[in-house]
Write a protein that binds this ligand. Sequence first.
Ligand code: NAD
Length: 251
Amino acid sequence: MKLEGKVAIITGSSRGIGACIARRYGAEGARVAVVAHSNLDKAEAVVKEINDAGGEAKAFQADVAQVSECDRLAGEVIAAFGTVDILVNNAGIFTAVPIEDTTEEIWDTQIDLNLKGSFFMARAVVPTMKAKGSGKIINITSIAGVGGFPNSGAYCSSKGGQVNMVNALCLELAKDGINVNSLAPGNIKTDMNAPYRAEAGYDERQASLTPTGVGHMDPNELTGAAVFLASSDSDQVHGANLLVDGGWAAW
Ligand code: NAD
């Protein structure tokens, strides 16, 4: 097991990519804080799966778009588990609209969660990680952080910001034994893009843009990279944006 004895916070882990990473971290021996935005029942269901499989997990609730909630969440996890070793900034939202229809609210909602939330969750765990001289901070970014998507100006801005945030934070925190990296998924089959996948030709279009010919990957296909970035195997990896995208960004 790669994460024995470690404590991991995974935001937005009551479903989708976050839930898959939570289950995998639990199987790798980590004690896992499964964090829901509002629906604690869904987080409890993921916790039960992890515990039933022989792991250890606990459910938490937080709106990580709010700085005070980031601080409260980190405090609650540290109170429950005694420390924090791994933070996965996974919570995110995606709203596809043309620039003319992008309201201030649509912009703020994506920036506040995807970008600001990642930064302030990192800020909330850094004192504990610095005190122990080790830690792993992983931003779940996107191929939309390294390339553009039409009708996604706010989302691409938030994901590109998350990618470069990793460079800035790693320069600041590497000397403290803290690894700051990101994992950039390609198109993944989750609730986030279910409405778009329902559109005729959408999956086929993404498949045509991906050298593997796979339009949308299974979220479990990301979990090996998430374990790598959380484990001692990546101790000398700082400021990376690890693409798990079926080659989408290689064109
Ligand atoms: P999802 O919609 O299934 O999951 C997102 C999670 O974030 C949910 O659990 C949701 O409750 C949570 N969340 C939303 N608002 C929140 C808030 N204010 N505070 C706390 N939690 C909140 O989507 P997903 O596909 O699993 O996405 C996970 C991450 O992966 C996101 O950061 C997303 O941008 C990124 N990503 C997804 C894809 C994809 O194709 N699905 C591709 C690249 C990157």
